[in-house]
Design a protein around this ligand. Structure first.
Ligand code: GLC
Length: 425
């Protein structure tokens, strides 16, 4: 008996060896972000790949804040460090980091690539090189407390003024019982998350995307100023002063503990708001973000998301690229969507019945994506993060009352003209 088990074990090992000729027993390291349960999902996926290939993967946790993560990556990559093989990168970073990444074209089957939304693969192609593969896609969404809206006979707001009125009416009615209740929480800290929130306000008023695809700096306009002035009016009324220091997890903390009527966040917050231990489980609705006002009014969601890239300093590029192939596969993207509501980047999964049942907003997500507003990272290339920081400074100053929207946008236009040498980027 013991003998035959030994024989089977040898056969399994041999067959396994044939099935995966690259079985090289390497140890890779991957950096994942840690928003919500991202880290846990990343670890599980990497472990499964390790099990299937006989390799192992070390996880390097990185800060949830996009800028801090970018600074860390830039430091490592500039030093040519081989410490991290696979990088989880933000959708807005390919232009900044491309020179440090491998061209993944030879490693990803063409039919796999075709399944991803084209906007995303185009975003990841820099000078003809595929520098990253889409991992999940984000778009800003409005989360609301269905139970509170029902209690006050309100509907999910179509525009920002409706959101403001509904939030006011509900907090006025509820504050006697819950003094903590806020109307609207979002991401107002001076970081990349504020770029996303405020590009949504600006675009929802028809005020453009800061820099247009032809490089033209468009942000100094009356619609953009009206959008920022509106957001300023929320501070201390429907949004707490503290929102000026909130990132994603801060707003989720307030909303999920039952202390906000509305929240702007990414899809990941859905799975957590409905987790068994969530105080608001089953009480949450989700909608497109409200429209602005005036001629240019429209719905606008910022396009976000994360992609996977392989460092060109990696000692194991083949295995690292295979890990990227696995983590971006349909099976893994489905698992991440079911467990963590991280939205797939593969079109085929938007027809998956099981997934459509589990995530009620998925069926409308393609429409949300069509309305999605991309930050100007492709046209500004390596200068994106400087441009975004200047923009954030102007928006944050407006929100804290340091100058009016008009003054801050005029100053911003000058800064962007300077950075881009007159819009040439
Ligand atoms: C999310 C998005 C990313 C965005 C960031 C801002 O991680 O996926 O694209 O830059 O939030 O905080």
């Amino acid at each position: 008996m013991a003998r035959s088990i030994g024989f089977i074990a040898v056969m399994v090992a041999l067959l396994g060896g044939f099935a995966t000729p690259t079985r090289a027993q390497v140890t890779l390291s991957i950096s994942c972000s840690s928003l919500g349960i991202e880290l846990e999902l990343c670890q599980e996926g990497a472990n499964e790949w390790g099990k299937q290939t006989g390799n192992s993967v070390k996880l390097v946790a990185t800060p949830p804040n996009a800028e801090e993560r970018l600074a860390l990556y830039q430091q490592l990559l500039a030093a040519g460090s081989a410490d991290i093989d696979v990088f989880q990168i933000d959708v807005v970073w390919p232009g900044t980091l491309a020179s440090h990444f491998l061209d993944l074209t030879p490693y990803i089957p063409p039919e796999d690539l075709k399944d991803h939304f084209e906007t995303l693969t185009t975003n990841d192609t820099v000078e003809g090189k595929l520098v990253a593969v889409p991992f999940f896609v984000d778009a800003g969404l409005l989360f609301y407390r269905q139970d509170l809206l029902d209690k006050y006979g309100k509907k999910p707001p179509r525009d920002w003024s409706e959101l403001t009125e509904t939030a006011k009416a509900i907090i006025d009615g509820e504050r006697a019982g819950n003094a903590q209740l806020q109307g609207y929480v979002w991401q107002g800290r001076a970081y990349e998350g504020l770029t996303c929130n405020s590009i949504e306000w600006v675009a929802s008023f028809g005020g453009g995307t800061i820099v247009e695809t032809d490089g033209k700096i468009s942000i100094n306009n009356a619609r953009a100023a009206a959008a920022l002035t509106l957001a300023r009016s929320w501070i201390g009324t429907i949004s707490p002063e503290g929102v000026l220091n909130y990132a994603e997890e801060d707003s989720r903390g307030v909303f999920q503990s039952g202390n906000a009527v509305f929240m702007r966040n990414w899809p990941y917050a859905w799975a957590l708001a409905n987790a068994p231990d969530s105080p608001v489980k089953g009480k949450v609705g989700i909608a497109v973000l409200p429209q602005g006002a005036g001629d240019g009014a429209r719905h606008a969601s910022a396009l976000g998301g994360q992609h996977l890239a392989v460092s060109k300093y990696s000692a194991h590029p083949k295995e690292a690229a295979d890990l990227v192939r696995y983590l971006t596969s349909a099976g893994e993207q489905k698992r991440r969507a079911m467990k963590g509501s991280f939205n797939p980047t593969r079109k085929s999964l938007y027809d998956d019945q099981e997934l459509l049942q589990a995530l009620p907003f998925l069926k409308d997500f393609e429409a949300v994506l069509e309305n999605a507003v991309a930050r100007p990272s492709t046209v500004t290339g390596a200068k994106y993060s400087r441009a975004s920081s200047e923009y954030v400074r102007a928006v944050h100053n407006t929100l804290t009352g340091k100058g009016t929207a008009e003054e801050n946008l005029a100053g911003l236009e000058k800064q962007l003209e300077r950075i881009s040498r007159g819009g040439k980027w």
